[in-house]
Design a protein around this ligand. Structure first.
Ligand code: ATP
Ligand code: MG
Length: 218
């Protein structure tokens, strides 16, 4: 699916994230949302310098981008954007939404897909009200996060602007994958084979000296 198809349909759904690394829950959610709304494309948007994640050292933007490309390459409806990676400074969602609209046309509808954990924290995002006014927020459930608390955390008016999607649940996180790799445990079936191979090749998530073999067992 090319950018021309997206421009024609004027509907674009974006799946934002750190993707450190991308995993099957990200892919499952994206595909479900795409099918649900019959969208021509889901654009994965790895964040450049994530304003929210400072409690651990985030893998280089290039490695996270390459893993996202590897994971999505088999799906003609998935694409990965470099917009936030190539933009200097913190990756603010509102800026990305505005940049995308400028590219596709002002009447474009941008949907932003978020998991329950992310949407429940939306008030900590930069300019949440502008985001809610300029994009459609699609919230998907995530094990351990209660979307019925949206009213309470965002306020009823903001919560009413969020569309909740019923997607399959998968208890996978990038944190879990990083921890397993660090512990030398298998990450098989948590993320596509090509991503596992890349993690091993680049020795991500372990100390330099350590050999990474996380795809063969388990
Ligand atoms: P980390 O553990 O490093 O925070 P993560 O698994 O949460 O990683 P992110 O890159 O932070 O992945 O998330 C990108 C988007 O995908 C967010 O909107 C997040 O809520 C959503 N997401 C990630 N994993 C799941 C999951 N298992 N179920 C539902 N949503 C998810
Ligand atoms: Mg997360």
């Amino acid at each position: 699916m090319s950018i021309d198809d997206v421009i024609l349909s004027r509907r674009l759904a974006v799946m934002g994230g750190t993707f450190d690394p991308i995993h099957y829950a990200h892919l499952l959610i994206a595909e479900d949302v795409r099918r649900h709304f019959k969208l021509p494309q889901i654009l994965f948007m790895p964040s450049g310098s994530p304003p929210h994640k400072k409690d651990y050292e985030v893998t280089s933007a290039e490695d996270r981008y390459i893993m996202a490309v590897l994971a999505t390459s088999g799906n003609p409806h998935f694409a990965v954007s470099r917009l936030e990676l190539d933009r200097p400074g913190p990756s603010y969602t509102i800026e990305t939404i505005r940049q995308l609209k400028a590219k596709i046309g002002d009447e474009a509808q941008v949907s932003w897909v978020t998991g329950a954990d992310a949407v429940l924290e939306m008030l900590t995002w930069h300019q949440p009200d502008a985001i809610l006014n300029e994009a459609q927020i699609l919230a998907v459930p995530r094990p351990g996060f209660d979307l019925s608390r949206l009213d309470e955390t965002l306020g009823a008016e903001r919560a009413s602007k969020v569309t909740i999607i019923d997607a399959p649940l998968a208890e996978i996180s990038s944190t879990m994958i990083r921890e397993r790799v660090r512990a030398g445990e298998s990450i098989r079936y948590l993320t596509p084979r090509a991503v596992i191979d890349y993690i091993e090749k680049r020795r991500l998530y372990v100390d330099e000296a350590h050999e990474v073999m996380v795809g063969e067992t388990g």
